[in-house]
Design a protein around this ligand. Sequence first.
Ligand code: NDP
Ligand code: MG
Length: 397
Amino acid sequence: MNELLESLYSQPGRDHEVSLLDHLRMRQAKPLRLAVMGCTGSIGKSTIDIVRANPDRLRVVALAAGSNEAELMKMARDLGVTRTALAKSTTSMPSGVGALRALAAEEDVDIVVNAVVGAAGLEVTLGALDGGNDIALANKESLVMAGELVMRRAAERKVAIRPIDSEHSSLVSCMRGRTGREIRRVYLTASGGPFRGRAKGTFDNVTVEEALNHPTWSMGPKITIDSATLMNKGLEIIEAHFLFELPASKIEVIVHPQSIIHAMVQHSDGSVVAELAPPDMRLPIQRALLPGGNFQSPLDLTRLGALTFEQPDHAAFPLILVACEALARGGTAPAVVNAANEIAVGAFLEKKISFGAISGIIQRTIAAHTPHPVETEADVYDADAWARKEAGSLIAG
Ligand code: NDP
Ligand code: MG
């Protein structure tokens, strides 16, 4: 086994891959017990689809959501799940983010699927780490806010973090068989979103409906706006940095409008390995839960047509570089960028600010921040709260 893979297997917390032995073990084993957190959302529902397609191998034992109590209870009834939690206060079940954290920590859970959107997802990740439960991670915000702390704790507690984010899931495949030194560069592809090709300064009249109309992926509203601003790629660079211990200088974004190639790895000899797959999140979800399983809608190469690539337009979409700068500054800076982004995206969705104003709010918030090292959860949450307040007052004017 080569150096990188050896380290992926042997280091807890870096266990993105599963060995042949694990596959055999899983074939004979009882169904894996899942806690699906954020079950009412786009990734949550796709996760349930995968469970339904693999009833002998996957079983949901716990469900949680943000505020949609009726849908959560319906899902629990349909799946025969008795343990639930809701972030919003309610009397019918344990509630508050603390309840989600406790559920993610429960002993008889094998894998926590973290499909919560935004900063609340960090509590779920921390809960899984508290309980030593493996994580199938869609909530990239956890790693953006607290990547160092999360990866350190995962290593200490022997918790595997398997990425659901499609680019990172593909990177695991593309890196297979290569050592760290042999990797010259990794590429995360971006569709370019609905406003690809528009020039800087032409975003003020963009409507919420236009921004939510993603050309290739169907996703929840927050990540759809992140894809339209390209902040999603900034967040993904930070996510890849922490997941794979790659320096930011080796992580590049390339616009690929067809969303068929999700990630590529350039080796030291200049050759590039790419992974092609349909833009369907059920594939990376299944891979995080059942590596090596069959997937029912494989890619038809003859129908693909042209695959094209271009550089991102950093003048029109400055947030990739804003995220990279925050990563370079380190400590609490990425958490501040994440929180300012959540506030600005929320304000745009509520039609309080224009689409074009999102990047300025984030840039002004991070410019006003002096980063501190992240030692504790409180360091992260203090920075998060500060940034929400700062961005909020910038929006209020
Ligand atoms: P959705 O908006 O569709 O779903 C979000 C889920 O989180 C819902 O179940 C929602 O519950 C729950 N939620 C919202 N707020 C809270 C809260 N404060 N506490 C606890 N739960 C909460 O989002 P997506 O499924 O699109 O995205 C989920 C995560 O996955 C994000 O981090 C995103 O970046 C990531 N991701 C998503 C991809 C996609 O294709 N959708 C691709 C790659 C990554 P309720 O319904 O009750 O509000
Ligand atoms: Mg992605």
